[in-house]
Ligand binder design. Sequence first.
Ligand code: F6R
Length: 599
Amino acid sequence: MCGITAYCGNDEALPFLLQGLEKLEYRGYDSAGITILDKSLTTVKCKGRLQLLVDELEKYDLKGHVGIGHTRWATHGIPSHLNSHPHTNDKNTLSLVHNGIIENYRELKEELVNKGYHFQSETDSEVVVHLLDSYYQGNLLKAVQKVLERIEGSYALCILSTRHPDEIIVTKKDSPLVIGKTKNASVAASDIPALLAYTKEVYFIEDNEIAILKANQIHFYDQKGKEITKESSIIPYDIDAARKNGYDTFMLKEIYEQPYAIKETLRGRIQNETILFEELKNIDFLQFNKVYFVACGTAYHACLCGAQILERITHLPVLTQVASEFRYNDPIIDEHTLTIFVSQSGETADTLGALRLAKEKKASTIAITNVLGSTISRDADYVLYTCAGPEIAVASTKAYTTQLILLMLFAYYIAQELHLTVNTKAILQLQQVPWYIEKILEDACQFKEYATMLKDKHDAYFIGRSLDYASVLEGALKLKEVSYIHADAYVAGELKHGPIALIEEGSVVIAVATQPHIASKTISNIQETIARGADVILLTTNHYQVKNVENIYYLPNVEPTLQSILTAIPLQLIAYYSACIRGCDVDKPRNLAKSVTVE
Ligand code: F6R
């Protein structure tokens, strides 16, 4: 989730590029850079925040009417000066910025190195500039088209060439890019906020369409290079709303980003029915006799789910523990234990403490995190990344579902490596999860209505069994975090052992019943709460007969192991709308911080 900006006009390019990058910094920032074209290309880049680039630029007297800029959120290669964008070719005649992931960069890199190209960085993006150089024969548009035929993955690209000094070529696939027109210039950026101080008139291009930006005009081309026309649109909102992409809050924006975040996390991981985790290829999974999952909060709930699935598939003993307990409970682990630490931020003190303990005890360690270069990613023996992009809202949503999908893939990967029978239907269905989530999001008003049931309540009870129990734990956490309603999650079978004493007329019970081997039992438990006056909201699938429940939402029928990802969406939206109805500050709940770096 990098930010990119481009300017081709009659005024100086730099002010536009920098103000745009500043507006995009919320998307992530571990380095930033710009290239200005003025006969030759001058590229200045810096590791760290944008302000460091601004300070660095004071040493230059950069003038030029054409330029590109980038603020990076690392995915391939640690945050560093060399890995920062823009990337240039050996002759310094081409420069480009890229947002996205080039999946086949390893093959392309090998091919280009064999042709004599020199790579400066560890990034996937750099292959694009050298590939472009290798195809360029006087026509930049044609060279870009050829590049698009070769690269796989997601991209938004802005390209400069000294041979075409009055233009910028831009294109995209599965990665956002918006083009704007001002009186004096054509501009582009990965996100609308970067444009709004200059123009509200914008053009959107489809995947693999190409645009050539010139100071006074913009030419659009389809995939085959045929010129096409585009209508402009007017952005109806201001910068603050635009940062939230038109959503009222970051939390809602991030809930709606889940289909995209999951697609990005899955990208390049499944080939036919085979799961690829290049990063783990040196691990011999036969050496382990036990697996531990360790995390905090929402990440812990993702682990509960991942652990159950792993145990079911591999029959290895799998334990899950909250990091603050694990680190002080003297866990029985050794070199035959695989320990997995899950953390969105990669900086949570308890999870880091637990990881260090595991290393002291010689266990193998894998970190799963959303932040490249984070402490956990540096400290663990191996690291896997979720690709949720920066999560701004304190309550975790897209980080959770990307953790779930990665943990599911990981479980199937271990089974594959152990030569066990793998549920290929589930693997293939994993790829349809983004589509199913989109369908559920279309029903948002239904969850808003359920939320009204909680408006004046002090308590809510969540129940589920098996994987559904992990889901309701997360549902209850989300509700209490953002709406301040006291919410507890119970294993449905435990109700009769105590909690049912709390149920009375008007109590709200939110139940999840999606797991075929146990759903009917949960549905019976629901009846016990209804008999005591509870108002029930049930999330289930249409496999089961349910009586007396007015508020039933039928989730899509998918493989049982995948249901938890789908279940998360209604639970997030119920929590979200409950908080809104109660007038809570959804993005910044009281007493909470995004990254908990203290014990
Ligand atoms: C809840 C939430 C927290 C975090 C927890 C761990 O919405 O965000 O419970 O999940 O603090 O944080 P990370 O994943 O950064 O280690």
